[in-house]
Design a protein around this ligand. Structure first.
Ligand code: DC
Length: 230
């Protein structure tokens, strides 16, 4: 431990990582760090510049021109800034999800973002979610959770989120995107999505949000010996 607690939550898209990590972080007074948002910001930059997102040389050439900053607003929400512009909403568009998955397969992009993520964990008690937090970014995290659910259950949840945000979506398309990202995120050579050997596996296919949250809180208390605040 570096003076702060780190909890790593990894798993495929739509398993509920971000909503669960956010609510557990609030309960224990930890900082929630959504690392997917950082990859999404790079994906958005590549999309806007029209570079081939699988071309490592082209994307690498773009990186020095990017100023990527994370900040937390008054509501405690993580906001992403790309060269000074708040892109927090735009990075959530479905086409940017695919761009994020594409650029995240590039070793140069992963190396570029590594220190930014580790710095957050050095400076705060964090619950950090992503794909390689327990395996690569924070291998010494006090607790590692691998959160998963069936692709269909994840697509249904993603649909609800998109509809709630007023974004039009088609179930088959959402499911196809999830499968595309599962395949790509799990089979890439650098930092593929896989459970860390010492992670706790949590499958939320059959349990709702409240039950998943209660389960995670129990695991956090048992493993870290911390109590909920307030
Ligand atoms: O968690 P998310 O769906 O917002 O992440 C967007 C993409 O970024 C996802 O397809 C995989 C990639 N990603 C990654 O490779 N490593 C992380 N730590 C977080 C996200």
């Amino acid at each position: 431990m570096n003076g702060h607690f780190s909890i790593a939550i990894d798993g495929p898209s739509g398993a509920g990582k971000s909503s669960l990590a956010r609510s557990c972080a609030a309960k224990f007074g930890f900082l929630y760090v959504d690392t997917g948002a950082i990859y999404r910001t790079v994906g958005l930059a590549a999309f806007r510049r029209g570079v081939d997102r699988r071309d490592e040389a082209a994307v690498s050439a773009l990186l020095p021109e990017l100023d990527i900053q994370m900040a937390y607003n008054a509501q405690g929400e993580q906001c992403m800034f790309l060269n000074g512009e708040d892109v927090s909403k735009e990075i959530r568009l479905p086409e940017i999800s695919i761009c994020a998955s594409d650029v995240s397969a590039l070793p140069a992009v992963r190396a570029y973002l590594l220190e930014m993520q580790r710095k957050m964990a050095r400076e705060h008690n964090v619950i950090m979610d992503g794909r390689d937090i327990g395996t690569v970014v924070l291998p010494d995290a006090e607790l590692k959770i691998f959160l998963t659910a069936s692709a269909e259950a994840r697509a249904e949840r993603r649909m609800k989120e998109l509809v709630a945000k007023g974004v039009e979506a088609d179930f088959e398309e959402v499911l196809r995107d999830i499968r595309y990202r599962d395949e790509q995120d799990s089979n890439r050579e650098t930092a593929p999505l896989k459970p860390a050997e010492d992670s706790v596996l949590v499958d939320t296919t059959e349990i709702d949000f409240a039950a998943s949250e209660a389960l995670l809180c129990r695991i956090i208390k048992e493993k870290l010996g911390v109590e909920e605040i307030g």
